[in-house]
Design a binder for this molecule. Structure first.
Ligand SMILES: [Zn+2]
Length: 181
């Protein structure tokens, strides 16, 4: 991963004075393109950082708001899935310190900046549903695609009747489609 990219999505602890700080970042298509095996291709998520720098650690609150583009399981067309989450991580420079009940990452006390690329990617990834079946007010399936899928299913059925042996791959596919409906 390029240094300039990591620096863009980072907390610049080296120059950070003790006390409260704020920052704002945007996660977009360009961000996702840096991941080879990405779950998302496109989107726009605003990230607000509320930080407090102590001698020994930085307490960071992440607020994510926006959307990612997913493909509908039924018709494979893209739709906007809203992302809205709040997270908190304590970046500690001291391995001896414990922060019970908090998510803690121990970091190099001499680092100029802390990359938060992976954190942002993970926050978005965990928000993505396994089943991508959007509500009708978000996305309406293309009726042409749906009728095509249905007609394919009908053809599959008539073939089954003609032969006793059912291709197990077709069965698996039909089950998947039923789940998606
Ligand atoms: Zn659809």
């Amino acid at each position: 991963m390029k240094k300039s990219f990591e620096k863009k999505y980072a907390i610049h602890v080296g120059s950070m004075k003790y006390g409260a700080h704020e920052d704002h970042l945007t996660v977009d298509r360009e961000f996702f393109e840096h991941f080879e095996e990405r779950m998302v291709e496109d989107g726009e998520v605003e990230v607000h950082l509320d930080m407090f720098r102590y001698d020994t650690h930085v307490d960071v609150k992440f607020k994510l708001d926006g959307y990612v583009v997913l493909n509908c399981d039924r018709c494979l067309e893209p739709y906007q899935f809203p992302i809205s989450s709040e997270q908190r991580i304590i970046y500690s420079f001291d391995k001896e310190m414990s922060f019970k009940g908090y998510e803690v990452m121990y970091t190099d006390p001499y680092a100029a900046f802390l990359s938060i690329v992976q954190e942002l990617y993970d926050f978005i990834s965990i928000a993505i549903p396994l089943r991508k079946v959007p509500e009708e007010d978000v996305h309406q399936c293309d009726p042409q695609v749906i009728s095509y899928i249905l007609s394919e299913e009908e053809t599959g059925n008539s073939q089954e009747e003609a032969s006793d042996e059912i291709d197990p791959r077709w069965e698996a596919l039909k089950k998947l489609r039923k789940l998606g409906n």
